[in-house]
Design a protein around this ligand. Sequence first.
Ligand code: GLC
Length: 648
Amino acid sequence: MHPHSLPPTIHESRLSLNRLLPRLRKSFPDDIETAEWYAFEDRLERHFPVLFDLLWRVYGPSYDFFFHVEQILRTCAESWLARPPELKSLDATREGHAHWYTSNRVVGAMAYVDLFAGDLEGMRDKVGYLKELGVTYLHLMPLFKSPAGDDDGGYAISSYREVDEELGTMDDLRQLSAELRHHGISLVLDFVFNHTSDEHEWAMKARKGDESHQAYYWMFPDRTEPDQYERTLRPIFPDAHPGSFTYRTSLGKWVWTTFNNFQWDLNYRNPEVFNAMAGEMLYLANAGVEMLRMDAVPFLWKEKGTNCENLPEAHLLIQAFNAVARIAAPALIFKSEAIVAPDDIKKYVSEEECHLSYNPPLMVLLWNSLASRNASLMLHALPKRFELPQGCSWVNYLRCHDDIGWGFEDRDMWELGMNPHDHRWFLNRFFIGEEGTSFSRGKLFQHNPTTGDARICGTTASLCGLEKARYEDDEHQTEYAIRRILLLYGIIFTMGGIPLIYLGDEIGLQNDYDYEKDPEKDGDERWLHRPSFDWEAAERRREPGTVEDRIFHGMLKLSLIRKNNQAFHETRTEFVDVGNHHVFGYFRVHEGQSILCLANFNDYPEEIPATRLRQLGLRKTFTDLIAGQPIVATEKLVMEPLQFMAIL
Ligand code: GLC
C-alpha cells in the first residue's frame, strides 16, 4: 500500500493546521485581533482534524491538495466573519442544547411558497396559521432562480444566491427567516448539491467553452465512457430521457444528467466544486436557514462498475460539508434525502453526517398497511432498522412533493410469504383505484413497461378515499376517509422522530388535475399532489362538522398530545405484537412516562384480548388520550374501524 493512502494522524493534521493558519491570518489582516476571529480559530482547532481527514480521504492524492484545503478554510473564515450576530447567538444556543431537534415539541411542515402563500412576503402573513398548527420547523420548497418553464419544481437551480423573482428577493428571505425564528419556527431549505441547472453561471461558462468550468461537471466527448458507466446504472427519470447522459449539440459533448436533461451533475472529483458548494451552503446558512434538506445524497459520487449510488465517497463528502458547518455555521444541521433501499438509508444518519433523515420505509409501509388492512409487514420490517445513533432523528412523513415508490426490502416480503413483484403491482393498482376494494384516486408515475416498475402520485386525502367519497356523496365513506387520514397522521405524530405535515393535508386538499392543461407540468404526475393551498377551504376549519374542521382539529389534537407528553421525546420506539394483524402497536417511553399507541387498519372493529394487554403491562383501566376517555378492558379492548389510540 502506498504510504499516502493511510489517513493522516492527529499529529499530521496539527502540523498541517499550523502550516495553514499563518497563511490564513494573512488573508484577513483586519480581523485577526477580533473576538470573532478567536472564536473562529477555536472552532477550527476543534474541527479541523475531522475535516482534514475527510478531505484527505477524498482528495489526498492530488498534487495541489493543500492549496484546496487552504481555499476551503478561507471560505469558512469569510462566511463566519459575514455571519449576522443574531445567527452567532443561535450558534451558541444550539451548541449548548445540541439535540434540540429530538424534542417532542418539534413539529414540521412543508410547502411551496407560491402555492401556499403567493410569495415570500405572503408567507410572513401565514405565520399565524402555522403557529395555530403548532409548527416549529418549516421546509420551503426550492425558491431560487431556475430556468423558465420546466425546472423540476425548482430543483434545477441557476443561482443559490438569488431568489426566484416571482417569489421575492434575498432580503425577503432573510426577513422571513428572522420572523419565523422569532416565532420559534426553524427555516428548512433544500441544498440541491448534486446538480445545478444548465443555466447556472458555472454551466453557462462551461457552455461557452471555459474548460475550468467544464471540469465542474461530467462531460465526455463521445459515448465510450457513458456506455461504460451505463452498464451498471439504473435510470432515475426514464420518462425524461433514457439513461443518465444528455448530448449537448452546441458543446459536442455528453453531459451527466441523473435527473432531467437540464440538471447537470456536479463533479465532486474536482475539489474546486466542493469548495464552491461549501461557499453556497454557508451563504444559505447566513441567510438564516437552520436546517438543510440534503437533496439526492446517494448520487454525489460516481465510479465505473458500480450503480453510482451510496458510494463511500458520497458519505465522506457529506461529512466534510458537515465539518465545514461545524466550523463556520454551527447551528446548521442536515437532513438526508436518501430514497434508496431501507438498509442504505440509515448509513447517512449520524451526528457527523446527517442529523436527520426522511423515513421512507415508514411512509411506504403505512400506505401498504392502509391498502392491505394489515400491519404484519410493518411490524416485521420497521423494528429492524428503526433505531438511530444517539442524537439523531427521523423525519416521519406521509406525503411529500415526490411520488411514493415501493421501497420495501424484498427479503422482508419473502419472509412473510409475499411475492414482492406481485405485491407492488397490487399496490399500484390499488392506489390508482383499479383494485376491487380500493378507495384511492392516485396516478402512476414513471411507469416502466419493461420492468413493470411504477410509483404513485396523489394527495393524502385522495389516496385515503376522500376524493372518491365526496364524488359519490357518501357520508359513511367520507367519515372513513377522515379516519384514515387521522390514523396515518396519528402514527406520524407519535412515532419516534419529527412529524412532517404536507401543508394542505390538514384540511384534506384533494388532487389537482389542472397540471394536465399546463404544458410545463403535463407529463410530471407529481403535480397532481401539489395543489394550490385553498384558503377558503382552510377557513371552513372554523365551522363545526365540516370535513376541514374534522381533519384540522384532529391533527391539532395530535400535535398537542405530542407536545404535552414526554413519552414522545427522542426516537426510541418499542414495537409490540398485540396479537391481531390488523392492529399496529408500539410503546413510547421516556422519563417515567409510557404510552401505548394502537392503530387499527381495518374497516371493521378489531379486538385485542385483555390477557395480551396485561402481558404488555397495562392495567384494567386506562385513558385513551385521543378520544379523551377512560377505558375499562376486563376481557378485551375493542377498537373501532380505523381507530388510532394513544393509551396512558
Ligand atoms: C429530489 C427531489 C425531487 C427532484 C430530485 C432532483 O429527489 O425531491 O423532487 O426531482 O431530487 O433534484
